[in-house]
Design a protein around this ligand. Structure first.
Ligand SMILES: NC(=O)c1ccc[n+]([C@@H]2O[C@H](COP(=O)([O-])OP(=O)(O)OC[C@H]3O[C@@H](n4cnc5c(N)ncnc54)[C@H](OP(=O)(O)O)[C@@H]3O)[C@@H](O)[C@H]2O)c1
Length: 280
């Protein structure tokens, strides 16, 4: 895929590129989401992260259709909800998502949560492999998987997930999960990259100073840190001004001292649900 100048991409284990920075649309209502995605595409975003459970896939689809951006210049991710997990239900769920999105394929399809109490994520993974084989998802992966969940699908399946999307921000850096998956070629995606606004980034000691040194906002520093960590990131905002701000992170570089200082901010501070508990 062709990315606007300066933007970065990583290569997935499928051989395809993924734009390293995109827009997430969690908690964006369907009525607002079309405008939000249109704004994002207009200012240069080419990667959109949605999910069936966000109930805004139709709006994402309308925005894509109206935008005039060529399909092969876009990277679209959606996710399979827990209640749709299973051998027979997974293909139907993707078919529904594709219809809502108005697309023939998604660039990435993820199992949203392992939902261990349901205990069907292994057979679900095998169904995901079939969807990949049919070209309906150009890459498949998981979200909120811990190493023991990954181990089970690696053992049963024949495809290594391209992605594991997990909660990840300066106060919760997921070193254990990343240490397990990254050597296997599984790319890490960060959800809640700004901590979901659930704590003040300015309270992280030293972050404000790094922002001042670079003449950037704290949010831009955090997003740049994700990029230099080799992580894929898609901050959510409904504000066009912030979309531009969050995308303006390709024109500076954090030093190794900056990177080390942010690494030291890890406080094992999870702000979302633990994967073992996401059994809705
Ligand atoms: N796989 C999963 O289980 C999972 C879970 C959660 C999220 N996700 C994905 O990850 C994406 C991002 O995570 P998230 O939405 O939870 O949290 P986030 O991106 O860390 O934070 C979003 C919050 O930050 C604000 N914000 C964004 N840019 C800002 C800026 N430049 N300055 C100040 N505030 C700013 C937003 O407010 P405004 O909108 O008002 O600007 C919003 O309140 C989601 O949208 C979704 O696609 C996945």
């Amino acid at each position: 895929m062709k990315l606007p100048a300066q933007q970065l991409s990583l290569t997935l284990n499928t051989g395809d590129p993924i734009p390293q920075l995109g827009l997430g649309v969690f908690k964006v209502d369907d009525d607002e989401c079309e405008r939000v995605v249109l704004d994002a595409l207009e200012v240069g975003y080419r990667h959109i992260d949605t999910a069936m459970i966000y109930r805004n896939e139709a709006a994402v689809g309308r925005a894509i259709a109206r935008s005039g951006v060529a399909r092969d210049e876009l990277f679209v991710t959606t996710k399979l909800w827990n209640s749709d997990q299973g051998k027979d239900t997974t293909p139907d769920a993707l078919a529904t998502s594709l219809e809502l999105l108005g697309l023939d394929y998604v660039d990435l399809y993820l199992i949203h949560w392992p939902a261990p109490l349901r205990d069907v994520y292994v057979e679900t993974w095998l169904a995901m492999e079939d969807l990949y084989g049919q070209g309906l998802a150009k890459a498949i992966g998981v979200s909120n998987f811990e190493p023991d969940h990954l181990e089970r699908i690696l053992e049963a399946g024949s495809i290594v997930p391209a992605i594991n999307q997990v909660e990840l921000h300066p106060a919760f850096q997921q070193r254990k999960v990343r240490g397990f998956q990254e050597p296997l070629g599984i790319v890490t995606e960060a959800w809640g990259p700004l901590g979901q606004g659930k704590y003040e980034l300015s309270e992280l000691e030293g972050l404000e100073q790094i922002a001042q040194n670079h003449g950037k906002s704290i949010q831009q520093i955090v997003l740049r840190w994700h990029l230099q960590e080799g992580v894929v990131v898609f901050p959510k905002t409904v504000q066009k001004k912030r979309m531009v701000e969050n995308l303006s992170v390709f024109d500076f570089e954090l030093s190794s001292d900056d990177m080390a200082a942010i690494k030291a901010m890890d406080a094992d501070k999870r702000v979302g649900t633990h994967p073992e508990d996401g059994n809705w």
